[in-house]
Design a protein around this ligand. Structure first.
Ligand SMILES: NC(=O)c1ccc[n+]([C@@H]2O[C@H](COP(=O)([O-])OP(=O)(O)OC[C@H]3O[C@@H](n4cnc5c(N)ncnc54)[C@H](OP(=O)(O)O)[C@@H]3O)[C@@H](O)[C@H]2O)c1
Length: 340
């Protein structure tokens, strides 16, 4: 069948330098492709804004994925099937997948996930109920396994992963310290997410506060940002502690990436620095979601998100805002097809 109208797609215009913004992206119009056998057409409602995009737009082949100038920008989207030539997928179903930043996407169904919007609203499937929440879930309950009374430090604490990780660590009975940028975010961590302590890393005396908040040292450091925050925190790692390397946001846009200088504390404290990739747990996502859905229903967890309404061409400005720390919870771009 033929499709009326045109698609808007976002391309990487150049290799970014420093924090990425509108200057690095370009919108192009293209016809909506005609569906072939087994294909389906999805209209995008939400685009997930992922910090790691800045890492994979670097001029380097060293990372898991790469987006080069001239490529459609890689991005996780959630939307609705509006046409289908595939008997396994029905028109009207909600789905999410890595379909790129564009108004309409074609798929043969591979890599797509159905979104049951009775379990969680569609946008949440890209954030706290999606990869961000699953990352936090498996990192906390499988990789770190905090015990009641242990001290867990989470940096990037108000972000998509951090805001869920803090809630999960509290459910496990841990004492949770969050690090985030600015007094409002810190107040939000305490008042809305029930963190025990929140430390504003923009204050010059933040490390003194951390030391005061962790007199018996720290059992688990859940590291989302790397850099100076992680490096200073290493001085407080406890005996047999775990430093979980979930992400290194502070390094993604750096001209030259820097590792921790205080690694020596890992040796003294018999601690371990551990890598983590959520995709290793893909076979267990349903199990995690079942528990998360019941916690949402009973009010034991919240799914924080920051939604910016706009269109494909607004992606660059919203991405820049992520790096300026505007978000609490998952940053999402909501496209016109999602409605008001
Ligand atoms: N291992 C995995 O499988 C996996 C899966 C998903 C995500 N991740 C990683 O997890 C990390 C968190 O992701 P997310 O989606 O939850 O992002 P996010 O935390 O929602 O968003 C980025 C936040 O990082 C902070 N930030 C920005 N620049 C910073 C800097 N230079 N130093 C310190 N903090 C900075 C800002 O908060 P402040 O205002 O507090 O500075 C901002 O709100 C990322 O590194 C991501 O790549 C890993």
């Amino acid at each position: 069948m033929s499709n009326e109208g045109s698609n808007q797609q976002l391309f990487l215009a150049r290799i970014p330098h420093g924090v990425s913004g509108p200057q690095d992206f370009e919108v192009r119009e293209a016809p909506i492709p005609v569906l072939k056998a087994n294909e389906l057409l999805i209209e995008t409602h939400y685009v997930g804004i992922d910090a790691a995009l800045r890492l994979i737009t670097r001029d380097s082949d060293e990372f898991l994925f790469r987006v080069r100038p001239g490529d459609v920008v890689r991005g996780s989207v959630a939307g609705r099937i509006i046409e289908s030539n595939n008997p396994a997928w029905r028109v009207g179903e909600y789905v999410n997948g890595s379909l790129g930043v564009q108004r309409y996407a074609i798929s043969d169904g591979s890599g797509l996930e159905r979104c049951d919007i009775n379990q969680a609203p569609l946008g949440a499937w890209l954030g706290g109920f999606g990869v961000s929440g699953l990352t936090a879930y498996f990192a906390v309950f499988d990789a770190c396994r905090p015990q009641p009374g242990q001290t867990v430090l989470i940096n990037g604490a108000a972000g998509a992963v951090g805001s869920m990780a803090g809630q999960f660590a509290k459910l496990a009975g841990a004492r949770v310290i969050g690090i985030a940028g600015g007094p409002e975010k810190c107040a939000w961590l305490i008042n809305q997410l029930e963190y025990d302590v929140a430390i504003d890393y923009r204050r010059p005396d933040w490390f003194a506060h951390l030391k005061e908040a962790a007199p018996d040292r720290i059992d688990i450091i859940f590291d989302n940002v790397g850099g100076e925050i992680m490096d200073q925190s290493l001085k407080l790692i406890g005996m047999n502690g775990i430093v979980l390397m979930c992400g290194s946001t502070s390094q993604y846009a750096a001209e030259e990436m820097k590792g921790p200088a205080n690694y020596i504390w890992l040796g003294t404290m018999r601690a371990r620095l551990q890598g983590f990739v959520v995709f290793d747990y893909a076979h267990r996502y349903a199990e995690a979601r079942k528990r998360m859905a019941s916690w949402i229903k009973s009010g034991r967890i919240k799914i924080p998100q920051h939604v910016e309404a706009g269109d494909v061409g607004d992606f660059g400005a919203v991405f820049e805002k992520l790096y300026r720390g505007v978000n609490r919870g998952k940053m999402l771009l909501k496209l016109p097809a999602a409605g008001a």
